[in-house]
Ligand binder design. Structure first.
Ligand code: CTP
Length: 405
C-alpha cells in the first residue's frame, strides 16, 4: 500500500527521535519514499548522517541553505509529498504549529503544506497535560491535523505516565490508514453549514444562539480529509478554518441560503448550522435609543429554512442531504418528524438539553435517523462524530473502503 507513496518526515527534538530511524526503515521496507527534515533540536538526538543513510535521500535542515533552496525549496518539499508526518512532535513544535510560526525549515514547510499532516507527540507527562499543550493540540486538530499517541508508560525522564511516542509500526499503520482514506471522496463535492446566524435588530444588536460551530467545522474537516472538494458556509464562530476547506463567512440566514445556493451542485450537503428561526422584520438602520419612551416591540419574521429548501430542489438537489435536529425532549421522535417534514435523507438527532453540554462542548450524543430506521451512536467527541459521518457518507455515495483501511 505504501509503494511509491511519498512521505515527508519532520523530526523534531526529543529522545524518541531514535524511534524515527526505525520508522524510516519500516517505511522504506514497504516501498515508500521518505524525505526528511530535521529541526536544530533533533540534531542533538540523532545525526543527519543516520537519517540520510536510512532514508537514502538528502536530509534537509536549514531554511537558509542556498543549495537546498535552489535544489528543492521548502514549498516543493511540502507539496511533493502525499503526507507530512511529524515524529517525534515535541511540545515546542506543536506550539509553533498552533501559532503558525515559520521560523525554521520544519515550520515553514508545515505552514506551506496543503497535504494531510500526522503528528506523533512525545514529551514529559506534565508538559503533555499542561493546558497550553492541550490548547495547542485542540487548535491544530480542529484544523484537520491527525494524531497518533502518545501512549502511557515509563518516559525517558524517569517518570511514568502519558507522553511516550507511538511505536514505529503503529505510526506505519496510521500512515497507511490516512493514505488509504485520503482519496476516497476525491471526485465528490461537499457543502457544509456551521455555526449560528446573526439577525440584526439594529446596527449594534442582534439575535443569535449558542452554537460554537465545532461540529460543523469538524464535519467539513473530515470530508476534506477524505478528499472531498469541501465548501464550509459558516456563521460567526471562534473555530479555526479547517485545512483544505474553502470557507464562506456569512452573518444572516438569508446570506447563508444564498451562499449555499451559489455552491450547488454538490454530491452531499450537511446542514449543521444553528440557523436563527426568526429575524427582526423591522431591523433599523440606526441604533435604537432608550429615549423613545417604552421599550421597542420587535416584530419577528420567519427565516428561510435552508435545509428544507436544499432538500426540496429539483435537478440540482444533492444526492445526499443531511440535517441535524437539536432537541431537548422526544429527541428521536421529533427528529423523525423533522426528517419527513424537511425531506432530507438523514437527520442526526442530538440532545441539547441543559446538562448535556452539547452547545459549545466537545462531546455529542447522536442518533442517525434515515428511511430505514434509527441508529444510536455512542457518546463521542464532535471530531469522532464527524469522522464516522464522513465514513458513512463515503459508503453511501458508493465509494468503497480500500482494503486494509
Ligand atoms: N435549519 C435550516 N434553516 C433554518 C432552520 C434550521 O437549515 N431556518 C436546519 C439546521 O441546520 C438543522 C435542521 O434544519 O440541520 C434542524 O434545525 P433545528 O433547529 O433542530 O430545527 P428547526 O427547523 O429550527 O425546528 P425547531 O426549532 O422547531 O425544532
Amino acid at each position: 500500500m505504501l509503494q511509491d507513496r511519498r512521505i515527508l518526515l519532520i523530526i523534531s527534538g526529543g529522545i524518541a527521535a531514535y524511534k524515527s530511524l526505525e520508522l524510516i526503515r519500516r517505511l522504506r521496507e514497504r516501498g515508500a519514499a521518505v524525505r526528511c527534515i530535521m529541526t536544530a533540536a533533533a540534531e542533538h538526538f540523532v545525526t543527519p548522517l543516520s537519517v540520510a543513510s536510512l532514508s537514502e535521500d538528502k536530509v534537509y535542515t536549514d531554511l537558509w541553505s542556498l543549495t537546498d533552496e535552489s535544489e528543492m525549496g521548502h514549498i516543493r518539499l511540502s507539496r511533493e509529498a502525499d503526507l507530512v508526518v511529524v515524529a517525534p512532535a515535541s511540545a515546542d513544535l506543536i506550539a509553533r504549529m498552533a501559532t503558525g510560526l515559520a521560523d525554521d525549515l520544519a515550520t515553514t514547510a508545515l505552514l506551506a503544506s496543503d497535504k494531510p499532516v500526522l503528528i506523533a507527540p512525545t514529551m514529559n507527562l506534565m508538559m503533555w497535560a499542561h493546558p497550553a499543550t492541550q490548547a495547542n493540540l485542540a487548535t491544530i486538530e480542529a484544523r484537520g491535523v491527525k494524531r497518533i499517541g502518545p501512549g502511557s508508560g515509563e518516559l525517558a525522564c524517569g517518570e511514568v505516565g502519558s507522553g511516550r511516542m507511538a511505536e514505529p509500526l503503529e505510526i506505519v499503520v496510521a500512515i497507511e490508514r490516512i493514505l488509504a482514506g485520503a482519496a476516497r471522496l476525491a471526485e465528490k463535492r461537499a457543502l457544509v453549514t456551521s455555526g449560528p446566524t446573526r439577525e440584526p435588530i439594529d446596527p449594534v444588536r442582534y439575535i443569535s444562539n449558542h452554537s460554537s460551530g465545532k461540529q460543523g467545522h469538524a464535519i467539513a474537516a473530515a470530508l476534506a480529509a477524505l478528499g472531498a472538494d469541501t465548501v464550509l458556509v459558516s456563521g460567526p464562530t471562534q473555530e479555526p478554518s479547517p485545512a483544505g476547506v474553502r470557507v464562506v463567512p456569512v452573518e444572516t440566514a438569508a446570506e447563508m441560503l444564498a451562499a449555499c445556493e451559489a455552491v450547488l451542485p454538490v454530491d452531499v450537503a450537511v446542514m449543521a448550522a444553528a440557523v436563527a428561526d426568526w429575524r427582526v422584520e423591522t431591523a433599523t438602520g440606526h441604533k435604537l435609543k432608550k429615549d423613545i419612551g417604552a421599550p421597542p416591540v420587535l416584530r419577528l419574521a420567519e427565516n428561510p429554512d435552508i435545509l428544507a429548501s436544499i432538500a426540496q430542489r429539483g435537478n440540482d438537489r444533492p444526492a445526499l442531504v443531511i440535517g441535524f435536529a437539536a432537541e431537548t425532549e422526544n429527541v428521536v421522535e421529533n427528529a423523525r418528524r423533522k426528517r419527513l417534514r424537511k425531506q432530507c435523507d438523514w437527520i442526526l438527532a442530538n440532545d441539547v438539553s441543559p446538562g448535556t453540554d452539547t452547545f459549545g462542548g466537545d462531546r455529542n450524543t447522536v442518533h442517525l435517523v434515515d428511511a430505514d430506521g434509527i441508529e444510536a451512536w455512542p457518546v463521542m467527541t464532535k471530531r469522532e462524530v464527524a469522522d464516522r459521518l464522513a465514513e458513512r457518507i463515503a459508503q453511501h455515495l458508493g465509494v468503497s473502503c480500500p482494503r486494509g483501511s
